[in-house]
Structure formats: C-alpha cells, structure tokens
Design a protein around this ligand. Structure first.
Ligand code: PEP
Ligand code: MG
Length: 758
C-alpha cells in the first residue's frame, strides 16, 4: 500500500518535472484529490501586483475560471487562511462568519473545507484548499498531509518563479518591476543585463527550441562519443590500481550513455524540438531524482554518478556552443551564482553592476564587488533572472532593490541620486593626504584589503598605510592549477614592491567554505565547518611550505612582509603552522637568502580564538579580527545564505562583546590588534572600533575615504561615549539606531546609506 510519504514524494517529483507553473498546479490539484479521496482541490496564489488571491487551478470546480477569478484580501475563507497563516478545517464552511462562495467557480455546494497556507520565507504565496459536498471532518492526518505538501510546494513555487522556469499566469511579460535582494556593495548602477550561467551546471540550463533537430542529434552524439573516450582513458589509467569488480564500474558507467539507455531518451527529446543542452539536462535530472528516491543506499549513491555523467556531456555541449558574449558599455551581470572569473571576463570599464540570486552581505562576491566599487545586489532569490537578458535595470546597492524596465521618471530619479553620490565621493576622496586622526589627535591606521586587483595607486592616494589583508587565494582562484613557488614569488613581490616601504600583510591560503578552487574541489555537507583555511594547508604542508617560501623569498631586500594565519581554532594549529614557517625561514637562510623574520599574526575569526586570544597573542606579533567569519560563527548564521541574512548582523551585542575582549586581550599581551573584516569599512563601526582600541582598520579601497572622513569629525571622548552607550544595548537594531543617530549628529548623514552593508 502506498504510504503518505510515498504519495508526497510522488507528487513533489511530478511537480518538479512539470515545465511551467500551470502544469505544476494542475498536477497538485489532481493528485491531492486522488490521495485524499476528496471532490475538490484548488490553489489560490497571491498576486502582488493586484494584492488579490487568484484562483489558479482546480479539480472539481469551474476550470474555465482558472487564472480569471480572484478574491480580495479580506474576502472569504481563503483570505482567513492567508491572514492567520494557519490551516482552517471546517465541517460546515457556510456556518463560518467569513464564508463567501465565489459564484463563478461553483463552490456553493461544497460544505466541508480544509485550507492551508502556502508560505515561503515568511511570505504567504497562496492557499491550498480541499472541499467536499458531504459533511466531512478532515482528520488530523489529512491536515498534516496537506501542511507537509504545502511546505514543500512553497519552495518549489517560489524557486520556479524566481528562476523564471515557471511563469505565473499573466506576468511573463512584466513592465516596470522591482525585486528585493540584499545590498551587497553600495552605489547605484543603471545598465543592461547580461546573463551568465555557471558552466556544466545541469540545474541552470534553460529550455530552448532548436531549429534543426537532426543536426542537434548528430552534435549530441559527437559530444557523447567524446565523453565515452574520456571515461575509457580514465579507466585505462586507473586499471592497475583497481580490482576487477571496481573496473567493471567504469563499464557500467559508460553503458549508461548507450543509445538503448539514457542517450536514447535525450535523442527523443531533441527530436521533439528541444535543444541538446536542454534535453540532456532534463533527462539527466529526472534520472538523478529517481535514484535519489530509492531506498537502497548503494543505488541512491548512483545519483551522484548520473549527475557527473550529465555534467561531462554538458561540458562538451557548452564548450562547442560557447557563443561570443557581447558586453555592452554599461553591463550589469546577472546570474544565479556569480564568481570572480565571470567578472574577469567583462572587458575593462564595461561592468557597472552585479545581481546575484545567491549569496549574502559577506559572501566573497560581495566583498570583491565592494573592493571594485561595483554596486551590487546579492541574495535576490525572487528575481526571475533567466528572463532578464538584455533588459534595462537599475541596481540600488544601498537598499538591495533591482528595478527592471524602469520608467523614464524612475530612471531620472536614480540618475540624480547617482550624481549626488559621485559628487559626495569626490569631496571626501579629496582629503587623501590628511592624517587619519580624531579631532583630539588620536591616530588610527587605515590599511587596505587586496587580492583581486591591486589598486595600488588608488588606495595609496586614498591614504592606505599598507595592506592589512592580502587574500592570497584570489590569484589561486584565477588559475587552472596551483601556481608554482616561483609564480607565487613573482606575484607576491609585485605586491610588496608596490606598497614598499609600507607593510603588506599576506594571509596564507584560505580556501574551503565558499572559496573552492576549480582544480581542487572540496565537496562537503557543511563547508564552513569543514576543511577550511589553515586546516587544509596543515594537511598539505607542501602547499603551505611553497607558499610561505614564496612570500619570504619575495620579501628579500624589502622587509615589509607580515604573515597572517586564517581560521586558527586551537593553539596546536598555530604551533604547527609556526614550526613549518620557521623551518621554511631557516632553510631559505641556509640557501643563502638574506631575510629578516617577518611579523606573524593570527586571525581571530572562530569563537574559540576569542576565548584564547591572550594565549594566541603571546605566541605571535599581532592579532587581526576577521569579523566576517567571526560574526557567522558566533551567531551560527551562514554568511552566504540569503535565507538567514536578516540574522547576520555584526552589530549584534555578542559580536561587539567579542570584539572588545579581543582588543583587550591583545593589548594585555602588549600586541597590536587590527580588524580586517568588512565591519572595519563601515563608517559607524569605525567609531566603535576606534573606541575599543583597535590599532588598525583594514578595509576595501572604496571604504577608506568614508572611514577617514568620519574619524576626522569626532573626538576620542565622543567615540567612547558612543561605545559605552552601545554596549548597554541588547539588540543589534538598537546599536544600529544609536550609530546612525551619532553620524547624523556629526553631520555625516550622507554616509548613512552605506550603513546597510553590515
Ligand atoms: C573575515 O572572515 O572577516 C575575513 C577577513 O576573511 P574572509 O572574508 O576572506 O573570510
Ligand atoms: Mg575569514
């Protein structure tokens, strides 16, 4: 007998396989009636444009009215369910005070009613209703079934709308529309969308018609043959190390591609008019889902193989069809997940804005965008990005809004805002040569975070007194293999020379988390709690040693190198890292290099390091707080996850307490302390950090001028008063308000808009 769980799985799978929203809803209403044995099932979806609940699909009522009839927000039981955000289960619906039967859909005769809200990320998307003529009290298990189904459907409906795979009736062609994401990098951009897709990603292949199916089939078969050859070669290469039964796996793998199996299904779909990439990804994903659903764990694992196989074929299909992308002068890159290499492909001077469906405030994409000064919105989960190609958009990197097809009036308003912003930036950047000190003469050292592009002259002009964080993984990310020791030496030398005699703080390789190298993939369930930063390099001393040797060699004769270790969570890691570093130093001396010992520091970015800050400080020359990670680990909020972005707040009182205690611990050991997370570049936070005693604030080049400007407006006492005040608060919001108020008092309110970055 089919269990409820089986029914749920089956419905969700069918909904996933549906090509558009209407057919997905059709599946839902038909299947729910069958499973629950009821006469009517309907779906109402909320239309934000009209604020009405549109009758979208039905089994049992008047289908003609689907997409036509609708209810006002206060009307009927559906509105009740939506408003109360909980199920409503009635044996006699007509007796309920809110009962209202929409005459055109023909529901008068149905007495029993069970409605459940469809909620995604606290937003009511619609209501799922079952009805029956005969009086029936839907029981607990009916209710539980519908609630479970609705929770799963909500994510599918929201995602489908967001990606544009499914379009809600009537809004496929939209006029001016505003979508909300998270402000990633401040500024306003007005430009034209260029859509980028991750390569060989089965999940992001759009469906497209093909003009010549037979040619497309031949092309597909050619790519298939290439993959078969690749796997054959791989099998041969591995054969001596494998047992015969393991070798047989390769054969099984290859045979999945045979005409009789998956290949055949793809060809049929191409002949049906779909282009090869679309046909392949649809078929492969269906098989992946089938494998994922089976009980047997061994077979379930095969889903991974099928996905891999699909990716290999897709990669050939995409390589051959890679069209020369055109980047207009005012390109706004839009994609599900944007990466550094996608940005690098845009010709210089053409990139004005970024919109990413994934990501959050302190994702590395957002950090990079801020360093480059490109207005950015991340975590725009609801944006139908596949439908934005070539459209005009406005990216508001202050509020997180993305306006598509803006009216001339709106364009004008944003243009004015942009002009004001440019003027304000020019004004504050003119203070580049002034010292960064408070009105009473307290000096704070401002340094710059580098990695993607040096921006040397710009940061020096803006008053950077050195590099507080050079993210070495970025040159690693832009290659297709590990750079050699000599290649690294050259890159590092360039950086050290550029800032000489000012100090350059180089962080050893910090991969893992959301930074995985294309040639060294790390796949984990919890990457931020996994193999990251120092953990990777200590497990691969050859990588770590080559890197520190390259840094040390590069510093010969310049002596402005500082080395910093990321993700230290215990003293043992630090001891091991130091031992290797000193060994490399000694060996280089033996090899004849003339080197001084560089100052070495530890990044405090894991809560454990906050509690052991004194012990850490005793062993090294300086501490530097990585507030991006420290915030995510203290608050247990993935810095990359848009769903919990509201909870990620570096003004959280617990974060402020941690920051204060690290500064005290470093000073108690007589060591300087810096901060190199994004918080350092927030003008309001600069005041708090200054009062806590931070010696160095290191930030993206584009934040330097603002921070210096605000520091030069206050006295140390005023900053301390603000600190004392905010330490009393229990909520991040209160801290934010107090900081905003202070900035306003000092007449620096134009900076407030940038406050949204923390
Ligand atoms: C941090 O975590 O604050 C930091 C500076 O490092 P990254 O952002 O590169 O993880
Ligand atoms: Mg970090």
């Amino acid at each position: 007998m089919m269990t409820m769980l089986d029914s749920l799985r089956r419905i969700v799978q069918q909904v996933n396989a549906a090509g558009d929203l209407n057919s997905a809803l059709e599946v839902i209403v038909v299947e729910v009636c069958k499973v629950m044995g009821t006469e009517v099932c309907s779906v109402f979806l909320h239309d934000t444009a009209t604020d009405r609940y549109v009758f979208m699909a039905t089994e049992g009522l008047n289908r003609e009215q689907a997409g036509v009839a609708s209810l006002a927000p206060g009307e009927g039981l559906v509105a009740q369910v939506a408003k109360r955000e909980e199920p409503l289960n009635l044996e006699a619906a007509e007796a309920h005070p809110s009962f209202y039967a929409l005459p055109e859909i023909g529901e008068e005769a149905f007495s029993s009613f069970l409605g459940v809200p469809i909620i995604h990320q606290r937003r009511v998307l619609g209501v799922l209703v079952v009805q029956q003529q005969q009086r029936r009290r839907f029981d607990e298990s009916d209710e539980a079934f519908l609630v479970t189904l609705s929770a799963q459907l909500a994510a599918i409906i929201a995602h489908a709308e967001a990606t544009g795979e499914m379009s809600r009736h009537g809004i496929r062609e939209f006029g001016t529309a505003t979508f909300h994401g998270i402000a990633g990098a401040p500024g306003i951009a007005i430009g034209e969308c260029v859509l980028v897709r991750g390569t060989a990603n089965l999940d992001s292949v759009p469906s497209r018609p093909c003009a010549d199916p037979e040619a497309e089939v031949a092309f597909f078969l050619q790519c298939l043959a290439n993959v078969r050859d690749d796997i054959g070669r791989l099998a041969k290469h591995m054969a001596p190390q494998l047992r015969p039964e393991e070798n047989a796996l390769f054969d099984a793998y290859v045979s999945m591609l045979d005409d009789a199996a998956i290949g055949h299904e793809v060809i049929a779909r191409i002949r049906g008019g779909e282009w090869a990439q679309g046909a392949l990804s649809q078929v492969m994903l269906e098989h992946v889902r089938t494998f994922e659903r089976v009980e047997d764990p061994y077979l379930r694992e095969r889903a991974v193989d099928v996905r891999d196989l699909g990716r290999r074929v897709l990669s050939y299909l995409q390589d051959a069809t890679e069209e020369d992308r055109h980047y207009p002068q005012n390109t706004v890159l839009v994609g599900e997940e944007l990466t550094a290499s996608m940005l690098a492909e845009v010709p210089e001077g053409h990139l004005v804005g970024l919109v990413s469906v994934r990501g959050s405030v302190n994702s590395h994409l957002a950090i990079m965008a801020r360093a480059l000064g490109i207005p950015t919105v991340v975590g725009a989960v609801d944006i139908p990005f596949t439908r934005l190609e070539s459209q005009q958009v406005i990216v508001d990197g202050y509020s997180g809004d993305v306006v598509c097809n803006p009216s001339a009036e709106l364009r004008g308003q944003y243009q004015t805002l942009r002009d004001q912003e440019l003027q304000f930036n020019a004004d504050i950047e003119a203070q580049g040569d002034e010292p960064c000190e408070t009105l009473d003469g307290r000096r704070v050292h401002l340094m710059v975070n580098t990695g993607l592009l040096t921006e040397v002259s710009r940061s020096l002009k803006l008053g950077a007194e050195g590099v507080g964080l050079y993210r070495t993984e970025i040159p690693f990310l832009l290659r297709d293999r590990f750079p050699s020791e000599e290649e690294q030496r050259r890159i590092y030398r360039e950086q050290l020379e550029a800032f000489h005699p000012k100090p350059v703080t180089m962080r050893t390789l910090d991969i893992g988390g959301d930074k995985s190298l294309p040639y060294f993939p790390i796949s984990e369930d919890n990457p931020f709690l996994g193999w990251r930063g120092i953990r990777v390099t200590l497990d691969h001393p050859e990588i770590y040693l080559a890197q520190v040797r390259a840094m040390l060699k590069a510093s010969e004769g310049l002596d402005n190198l500082r080395i910093m270790l990321p993700m230290i969570s215990c003293l043992q890691e630090l001891d091991e890292a130091l031992a290797l570093l000193y060994r490399a130093h000694d060996e280089l001396l033996e090899e004849g290099f003339k080197l001084v010992k560089p100052p070495v520091g530890v990044m405090v970015e894991v809560p454990a390091a906050v509690y052991q800050a004194r012990e850490l400080a005793r062993r090294v020359d300086f501490l530097s707080v990585g507030s991006n990670d420290l915030t995510q680990y203290l608050l247990a909020v993935d810095r990359n996850n848009a769903r919990v972005a509201d909870l990620y707040h570096s003004y959280h009182p617990a974060v402020l307490q941690a920051l204060k205690s690290v500064a005290e611990a470093a000073h108690a050991e007589g060591k300087p302390v810096s901060i190199c997370g994004e918080l350092a570049g927030d003008p309001g936070a600069a005041l708090i950090l200054l009062a806590m005693g931070y010696d160095i604030l290191s930030m993206g080049a584009n934040s330097l001028a603002r921070s210096k400007y605000v520091i030069r407006q206050v006295t140390t006492d005023q900053a301390r008063q603000l600190l004392d005040r905010v330490l009393e608060f229990h909520h991040a919001r209160e801290v934010q308000c107090a900081v905003d108020e202070t900035l306003r008092e000092f007449g620096v309110s134009p900076l407030l808009r940038s406050g949204s970055i923390v």
